[in-house]
Design a protein around this ligand. Structure first.
Ligand code: NAD
Length: 265
C-alpha cells in the first residue's frame, strides 16, 4: 500500500517519512511541504540524509491524496482542515495527528469523515492510549474526593497548550466520572483564584528544552496520592503508531476513528 506524508520537513514529518521507508509492505507515495519551505523540490530521502527515493517534495497536496491509499498529516490546524477536505474529495484515508484543533476545525474534519475514513488522535503511541484507558478506569473508581490534576511537559517549540494528549487524558478522566470535561476543567491558574472546587480537573503546562512529551495524571486524596505517568523519549513511537493507523484505515468505510479502534482496545 502507498502512504503519503504531508508536512514532511517538520519534526514529526521527518520521523513519519523514515517510518514509512523502514516499514515492510508499505511504499512512500510522495511527500509535500508548504509553499516557500526550503524542502520543496528536493528528493525526500536525500533531504532526510538517507538514500534517494525518486520522490520529490512538492506542494500539490490534492494530487498526493489522489495517488495514496492513506495520507498522514502532522502539520497545523489550518492545514489539517484543508487536508481533510482533500481526503474527502479523493476518498483517501487520512491519519491526523495535529493538535490544537478548535471546535470549528473538529466539526470540519467530522464533515470530511462522512466521505472517507479519518483516524484522529492527539497521541499515536500505544503507551499513551493504554494510559487513557487506565485514567478512565481510575477516575471511575475514585470519587471526586480525589482531586485530578494533569501535568505535562513538552519541548520549547510546541505552540498549543495544554497539549492535545493532556486534554485527551482529561477527557478520559471526565468520561470515567460521567461529567463533561469543559464543565469541570481549569486550564490555567494565576493570582487569587480561591480554593480548589470539588470535582475540578486541573491542567499544568511546562515548556522547555527538547522534551518529546511527558504526561502525569495525579489523583490527590486525603492521605494518599496516585500518579499515572507516561514519558516519550522518541518521536518514533508516534510515527510507528501513525503508520499502523494508516495501514488499518486504508480501504475502511467512511467514518471518524480513534487510536482505540486501531488498537482494538
Ligand atoms: P513542526 O512545526 O515541526 O512541523 C509542522 C510541519 O508542517 C512544518 O514543516 C510545516 O512547514 C508543515 N506545514 C504547515 N502547513 C503545511 C501545508 N499546508 N502543507 C504541507 N505542510 C505544511 O511541528 P511538529 O512538532 O512536527 O508537530 C506537528 C503537529 O503534530 C503539532 O500539532 C503537534 O502537537 C502534533 N503532534 C502530534 C502527535 C500525536 O501523536 N498525535 C505527536 C507529536 C506531535
Amino acid at each position: 500500500m502507498k502512504i503519503g506524508i504531508v508536512g514532511c520537513a517538520g519534526r514529526m514529518g521527518r520521523m513519519l517519512v523514515g517510518a514509512v521507508l523502514d516499514t515492510d509492505g508499505v511504499d512512500l507515495a510522495g511527500a509535500t511541504e508548504r509553499a516557500g519551505s526550503d524542502a520543496v523540490g528536493r528528493d525526500v530521502g536525500e533531504f532526510l540524509g538517507r538514500r534517494q527515493t525518486g520522490r520529490v517534495i512538492d506542494t500539490d497536496t490534492l494530487r498526493l491524496f489522489e495517488v495514496s491509499d492513506a495520507v498522514i498529516d502532522f502539520t497545523t490546524p489550518a492545514a489539517s482542515v484543508e487536508h481533510a477536505g482533500f481526503a474527502a474529495e479523493a476518498r483517501t484515508a487520512l491519519v491526523l495527528g495535529t493538535t490544537g484543533l478548535s471546535p470549528e476545525d473538529e466539526a470540519a474534519i467530522r464533515d470530511a469523515a462522512a466521505r472517507t475514513a479519518i483516524v484522529c488522535a492527539p497521541n499515536f503511541s500505544v503507551g499513551v492510549n493504554l494510559l487513557m484507558l487506565l485514567a478512565e478506569q481510575a477516575a471511575a473508581v475514585l470519587d471526586d474526593s480525589y482531586d485530578i490534576e494533569i501535568v505535562e511537559m513538552h519541548h520549547r517549540h510546541k505552540v498549543d497548550s495544554p497539549s492535545g494528549t493532556a486534554l485527551g487524558l482529561g477527557r478520559a478522566c471526565a468520561r470515567g466520572r460521567k461529567v463533561a470535561l469543559d464543565e469541570v476543567w481549569c486550564k490555567a491558574r494565576d493570582g487569587q483564584v480561591g480554593a480548589r472546587p470539588r470535582g475540578e480537573i486541573g491542567f499544568a503546562t511546562l515548556r522547555g528544552g527538547d522534551v518529546v512529551g511527558d504526561h502525569t495524571i495525579v489523583f490527590a486524596g486525603d492521605g494518599e496520592r496516585i500518579e499515572l505517568s507516561h514519558r516519550a523519549s522518541s518521536r518514533a513511537v508516534f510515527a510507528s503508531g501513525a503508520v499502523r493507523a494508516a495501514r488499518w484505515a486504508a480501504g475502511r468505510p467512511p467514518g471518524m476513528y480513534s487510536m482505540r479502534d486501531v488498537l482494538g482496545m
